[in-house]
Design a binder for this molecule. Structure first.
Ligand code: DOR
Ligand code: ZN
Length: 347
C-alpha cells in the first residue's frame, strides 16, 4: 500500500484570488502548494487591459508570504468591446496567458461578460493567429435552459460553432462537470483541453441538499449527477494530457454564502491537493496523479514543470484543522465535503 507520494510541485490552472484583505488571507494556502496559477480576472472591476493585469500581478506578488516564489499568471476578461488590437498589444508585452470568456450573467462578477459570442469573433481570430488560449466558462445563461444542462447546451450553441470557425484556436473548457463535456473533449484534438476541480471530483448535486440546503457545496457550474461525476473522475485519472487540475478555488465571506441568493464558489485551496490525491488513491491511479497536477497543464501553457517537489501522506485518522480562515471581520469556510480528508501535505 502506498501511504506517501512525492510529486513535482503542482500548478493550479484556474484560481480566484480576489483583492485586498481577501487576497492576503487566501494567497498563502495556494502558495504553499502550487508553483504557479492561472489567476482569474473577474474582480469587481474586471481585468481587461495589459496595464490592469500587470497592476494586479504586482499586488499578488506583494501579498505573497515571505520567501514564496509562487508565480501568478494573468488572464484577460473578455467583453463585448475587447478588440483584436487589445489582444495584440497585450501579447507584445506578454501580459496575459489566456483570455477568459464569461458568458454575461453566468457567474460571480460576470455582468461585463460576452452577450453574444459572434461579437468577439474578430478577437478570437486574433487569438487563433498568435496562439493565445481562450479560457471558457462553459455554460449558457438562457433562463429557459435547465441549470443542470447548461454545460451540455453550451457545447452545441457556442463551442461547436467556435471550433468550426477557429479550428486552431486553443481552448480550455474550464471546470468540466458533465459526461457530455468529457465526451465532447475526448472527440476533439489537442487544441481543446479541460480543467477539472477537486470539488467536481467529489460532489454530486445530492451534496447541495444533504441535511438541508448547503451553500458551501454550491458553485458554478453546479455539481451534477453520479454518472457525470464518474465521467469527470475517469477523465482525470485517464492519463490523457487534455485533462488537468484547475482548482477553481473561489473564496466568498460567510456573509455572502449564508444568505438567500448565496454566492457561487467553493474555497478549496487548503484541502485541494489532499482531496485530489485521495480521489486518485481511491481509483487506484496514484501513478497518474503527477501528470494531472504537475505536467499536462504546464505543457499546454508552454512551461516546463516546476523544479521542486511536494510530498503527501495518507493519515490513519482524518486530517484535523480549523476549517475556516479569518478575513477582516468575517470568515471564509474551507471546502469540507462529507468524505473525511485523509491525504495531507507533509511540510
Ligand atoms: O462557483 C464559481 N465561483 N464559479 C465561477 O465561475 C466563478 C467563481 C467565483 O468567482 O466566485
Ligand atoms: Zn472560476
Amino acid at each position: 500500500m502506498n501511504n506517501e507520494i512525492t510529486i513535482i510541485r503542482p500548478d493550479d490552472w484556474h484560481l480566484h484570488l480576489r483583492e485586498g484583505e481577501m487576497l492576503a488571507a487566501v494567497l498563502p494556502s495556494s502558495a504553499k502548494i502550487y508553483g504557479r496559477a492561472i489567476v482569474m480576472p473577474n474582480l469587481t472591476v474586471p481585468v481587461t487591459t495589459a496595464k490592469q493585469a500587470e497592476e494586479y500581478r504586482r499586488r499578488i506578488i506583494d501579498a505573497r508570504p515571505e520567501g514564496s516564489n509562487f508565480e501568478p499568471l494573468m488572464t484577460c476578461y473578455l467583453t463585448d468591446s475587447t478588440s483584436a488590437e487589445d489582444i495584440h498589444t497585450a501579447y507584445a508585452v506578454k501580459a496575459f496567458h489566456a483570455v477568459k470568456l464569461f458568458p454575461a450573467g453566468a457567474t460571480t462578477n460576470s455582468d461585463n461578460g460576452v452577450t453574444d459570442i459572434k461579437k468577439v469573433y474578430s478577437v478570437l481570430e486574433a487569438m487563433q493567429e498568435i496562439g493565445m488560449p481562450l479560457s471558457v466558462h462553459g455554460e449558457v445563461t438562457d433562463p429557459e435552459v435547465d441549470v443542470f444542462d447548461r454545460e451540455a447546451v453550451f457545447i452545441d450553441r457556442v463551442l461547436k460553432p467556435v471550433r468550426e470557425n477557429f479550428p486552431e484556436l486553443k481552448i480550455i473548457f474550464e471546470h468540466l462537470t458533465s459526461k457530455a463535456g468529457v465526451d465532447y473533449v475526448l472527440e476533439q484534438d489537442e487544441n481543446m483541453v479541460a480543467t477539472i476541480t477537486p470539488h467536481h471530483l467529489l460532489l454530486t448535486r445530492n451534496d447541495l441538499f444533504k441535511g438541508g440546503m448547503n451553500p458551501y457545496m454550491y458553485c458554478l457550474p453546479v455539481a451534477k449527477t453520479f454518472e457525470d461525476r464518474e465521467a469527470v473522475r475517469r477523465a482525470a485519472v485517464s492519463g490523457d494530457e487534455r485533462f488537468f487540475l484547475g482548482t477553481d478555488s473561489a473564496p466568498h465571506p460567510a456573509r455572502a454564502k449564508e444568505k438567500a441568493g448565496a454566492a457561487a464558489g467553493i474555497f478549496n485551496a487548503p484541502t485541494s491537493i489532499g482531496y485530489v490525491t485521495q480521489v486518485f488513491d481511491e481509483l487506484n491511479a496514484l501513478d497518474k496523479l503527477e501528470g494531472f497536477t504537475s505536467i499536462y497543464g504546464a505543457r499546454f501553457y508552454g512551461f516546463s514543470p516546476n523544479g521542486s517537489t511536494i510530498t503527501l501522506a495518507k493519515r490513519e485518522n482524518p486530517v484535523e484543522m480549523d476549517w475556516q480562515i479569518k478575513v477582516g471581520g468575517d470568515i471564509v469556510k474551507i471546502f469540507k465535503p462529507d468524505t473525511p480528508l485523509l491525504w495531507d501535505l507533509v511540510d
